[in-house]
Design a protein around this ligand. Structure first.
Ligand code: MN
Length: 463
């Protein structure tokens, strides 16, 4: 930790000495948008001029464009560590800052590279890109402690919050956010939507904690609430203490027998003090979803505006969230109505969903996650989805079915396949993705089936 903080300290000194305009490049997801917001606030406070771009990934085309710009200094946020070689080769003789938390590529460089992995901090839930940017910001100026909550939204976006709350450096960032009066941490039902969704929806959509017989089933969720005498359309935050107790106990009872840890339904809830109740930006988890939808629908500026406190952006972001939900539902409907068509290949152990232009490439990952948690496929079935991008490439997403954490590393699985085609894979052990040219689509599908299709059950159990 000390060497990590030293590297941050050194980087802040280098940044302080820069007087020319700075080019900032950040990632399109929640973690990237929160990283960007922290950096915008930090640079503005320092009176530095800068320009910001939000990108989905680092590509050679992007680097070529950046190369043609006149900047001397570039800051990459929540990306860059995996592309050291390309950045080095394309942006020669420029000053490069990389503030990232992805596993660094092996490549000698003279960048100002801040990454916890370089200091033995390798936990996937220890710190996010926004967390790294936040530590940098706080080291520059202790007053920036009041940005800690933004780093937490980023960490939630990267699914770093655990059943036990935040761990590692993230835990210290929670303390900063509490100390600076930005958030309140409460213990409650670990469920999404407590500020904004009617209870039956909260229960119906609750995959973690999973409620046997209720998760994924609107009717059962409604019936369950009727049995315990709680109006289904109320919101979780409005329940009395007594009602909440009844609800928690009833959920635990439902979970008995099939769950290893039935009582594991309570957890931390993080609420922003300066946001109104029932607002989608009150609960950090819901805020994270709002930002995610801004990125996915290519309106990252609305997300950043919301984070910077711009009311107009906030309102537009809420409208966008509604569009996003609609689009997710349309995409899921496409999946269900094409399940028996040639677009969807269901084999033992693997399903391939070739959505082509029917699902937007930026939401195909989310759609695949929803399918993976919906009990349609046996736990541990590998799900691979493909969708066309605007640039005529094919975006690939991989997930594993089941609501419980699996030991299967989907990043390795997809990486092994795309490597054979000459392309790389990014992401995490539980959710990964890649982009290949459309011409390679069929070759990829054939290869994936060949590699991942398991013999049928009867072959697994010899007579
Ligand atoms: Mn990240």
């Amino acid at each position: 930790m000390e060497s990590f903080l030293n590297s941050i300290k050194n980087a802040t000194i280098k940044l302080s000495n820069i007087s020319t305009p700075i080019r900032v490049i950040s990632h399109l997801d929640t973690d990237g948008l929160t990283s960007a917001s922290i950096m915008v606030k930090t640079l503005t406070k320092l009176d530095k001029s800068f320009s910001l771009s939000i990108v989905r990934q680092i590509s050679q085309e992007l680097l070529n464009e950046l190369k043609n710009e006149e900047y001397e200094t570039y800051i990459f946020l929540d990306l860059g560590s995996g592309n050291l070689k390309e950045i080095d080769e394309t942006l020669k003789n420029r000053t490069i800052f990389i503030l990232d938390h992805h596993i660094p590529q092996q490549h000698e460089n003279n960048f100002i590279h801040i990454n916890p992995h370089l200091h033995g901090i390798t936990g996937p839930k220890d710190i996010s890109g926004a967390g790294v940017t936040y530590l940098f910001s706080k080291t520059l100026n202790q007053e920036n402690k009041n940005l800690a909550h933004i780093a937490l939204i980023g960490a939630i976006g990267d699914i770093q919050e655990t059943k036990e709350g935040f761990i590692g450096i993230n835990k210290e960032i929670v303390q900063d956010a509490v100390d600076s009066g930005k958030i309140e941490v409460k213990v409650g039902l670990r469920m999404f939507g407590s500020q904004t969704k009617p209870l039956y929806r909260v229960l119906q959509y609750s995959t973690d904690p999973y409620i046997p017989g209720i998760t994924g089933n609107e009717e059962a969720a409604t019936e369950f609430l009727k049995e315990i005498n709680i109006d289904k359309s109320r919101k979780l935050i409005h329940l009395s203490e007594e009602e909440l107790k009844t609800l928690v106990t009833s959920i635990i009872i439902k979970r008995m027998g099939s769950e290893t840890d039935p009582e594991d339904v309570l957890g931390n809830i993080y609420l922003l003090n300066d946001q109104k109740e029932e607002s989608p930006t009150k609960d950090l988890k819901e805020f994270s979803t709002l930002l995610n939808s801004c990125g996915r629908l290519h309106k990252p500026s609305l997300g950043i505006g919301t984070l910077l406190g711009d009311n107009k952006s906030h309102d537009s972001a809420l409208e966008l969230l509604a569009d996003y939900k609609k689009e997710l539902i349309n995409s899921l409907n496409w999946f269900y109505s094409n399940k028996s068509s040639s677009k969807i290949t269901e084999a033992t152990g693997i399903t391939i969903i070739n959505a082509e232009d029917n699902v937007r490439d930026t939401i195909i990952g989310t759609v695949t996650t929803m399918i993976s948690k919906s009990n349609i496929y046996k736990p541990e079935t590998i799900l691979i989805s493909l969708a066309h991008t605007l640039a005529s490439d094919t975006k690939i997403s991989i997930r594993v079915a089941g609501y419980k954490t699996s030991d299967i590393n989907v990043k390795e699985i997809l990486g092994d396949i795309t490597q054979k085609l000459g392309f790389s894979t990014g992401g995490h052990a539980f959710a990964a993705g890649s982009v290949i040219p459309q011409e390679k689509e069929q070759e990829f599908i054939d290869l994936a089936l060949e590699t991942l299709k398991k013999p049928t059950e009867s072959f697994i159990n010899p007579p």
